[in-house]
Ligand binder design. Structure first.
Ligand SMILES: [Zn+2]
Length: 400
């Protein structure tokens, strides 16, 4: 008899221990380094500062990018100018080659004419010599001693006594030589002009190339600056994100503190629409193997499998799980050491960490776990100690 009593006590103790140890880690949690509103505010200010730094950098980047696109446009303009000048240079060079060819041809013609001229002169001289030998023209000797051909031609103008054929040939040669010299002079002028054009174009091209190099250097510099700005902005963004995460973390902690600072006693409403209590808190005989003999809460009947189990008080869900004794059950924390428990549910509709308001649906009643039929097992603990729910929920219907 005594042995059986002990075993029963032991089972009850184990069950009680099981019931408590699972909820205990959540109920008493008073942090030494409590989060303050000022701390969160300071973080928010830090984040704000980072945001404004980031925006400042972004506007600087926009200016920089504008400068860069201007530089790129300038360089493109220079490039097209250079292209035009290069084609002009090519054209000038073509003309120069043509003129050079023409000058060569003219020079050859001139040399040819001069050779003909010389031959004619030789012939003329031979004739004069023959005449002189015959003693017909004594003055030819004077003319013959002229320094050169031109001087002789001038001297002959005064004489007027010359063979007609010779005079015609000499006139023709003279005219041809003059024409050639004239043509050559014109061509040489044009050649000089074209060479001048080419020199000008080359100088302009060199100047433009210099400008292109300068523009390219500016563009490279701006691109490097741009990359640097982008990197800084990314850093600020990352820092702001970290601040945001920290703000959220601190805010959550602060909210949890505020929650734990809320009254940890009283303020409960019925956890379901039925007020029909079939089993009160305390010792009892259940007749069901495994069911608690020291009842930790109250059983509410006439709920079936479709009644909503609601949060008796606002708080945070700290357990939403299945247990072979309690079935589907939910534990809501209302602050330090203050929890409410809802057991034997057929369905749970909240998850751990979720904030629930008073009256919010946690699940649907049922008979899961160790249970003799559909009912809602409801517990309240304050300061980590089980209290009688009927102390607060006084308008119950006694069903035991
Ligand atoms: Zn119960």
């Amino acid at each position: 008899m005594k042995k059986r009593f002990l075993r029963g006590m032991l089972a009850a103790l184990c069950l009680a221990a099981l019931l408590f140890t699972e909820a205990a880690p959540f109920t008493l949690r008073q942090d030494a380094s409590a989060v303050t509103k000022e701390q969160i505010e300071a973080k928010k200010q830090e984040k704000k500062a980072l945001e404004s730094q980031k925006n400042e950098l972004k506007s600087q980047l926009v200016t920089l990018q504008r400068e860069k696109s201007t530089a790129v446009a300038q360089k493109a303009n220079l490039d097209s100018q250079i292209a035009v000048i290069r084609s002009e240079i090519a054209y000038a060079e073509e003309l120069i080659a043509e003129y050079e060819q023409l000058i060569l041809e003219t020079e050859a013609e001139l040399a040819d004419t001069q050779a003909k001229h010389e031959a004619q002169f030789e012939l003329f001289c031979a004739r004069v010599r023959a005449m002189e030998e015959r003693g017909t023209v004594s003055f030819w000797s004077v003319i013959f001693h002229s320094a050169d051909f031109s001087e002789m031609l001038a001297a002959m103008d005064f004489i007027g006594e010359i063979m007609e054929s010779d005079q015609r040939v000499i006139d023709e040669l003279k005219a041809m030589e003059e024409q050639l010299a004239e043509e050559q002079a014109i061509l040489e002028d044009q050649l000089a002009e074209q060479e001048e054009v080419r020199a000008e174009l080359s100088a302009r091209s060199a100047e433009l190339n210099e400008q292109v190099r300068a523009a390219q250097a500016i563009i490279s510099e701006l691109a490097a600056d741009e990359a640097e700005y982008k990197k800084l902005i990314a850093e600020k963004e990352a820092a702001a994100e970290r601040e945001q995460a920290e703000i959220q973390r601190l805010s959550r902690e602060y909210a949890a503190q505020q929650n734990s600072a809320a009254p940890t006693k009283g303020g409960y409403i019925w956890p379901c629409s039925s007020h029909y209590v079939t089993s009160p808190l305390g010792s009892r005989y259940t007749g069901i193997k495994g069911a608690s003999t020291n009842h930790m809460g109250i059983d509410i009947g006439r709920v079936g499998y479709s009644t909503q189990a609601v949060a008796s008080k606002a708080g945070t869900v700290i357990i939403s799980d299945y247990n072979r004794y309690r079935g589907n059950y939910v534990v809501v924390s209302h602050g330090s050491g203050n929890t409410t428990t809802y057991q034997h549910l057929s369905k749970r509709s909240v998850s751990v960490g979720q904030k629930v308001s008073q009256g919010q649906v946690l699940g649907i009643t049922g008979s899961s776990g160790v249970s003799s039929g559909p009912h809602l097992h409801f517990e309240i603990s304050e300061n980590g100690q089980i209290v009688n729910p009927l102390k607060y929920l006084t308008n119950y219907i006694k069903g035991w």
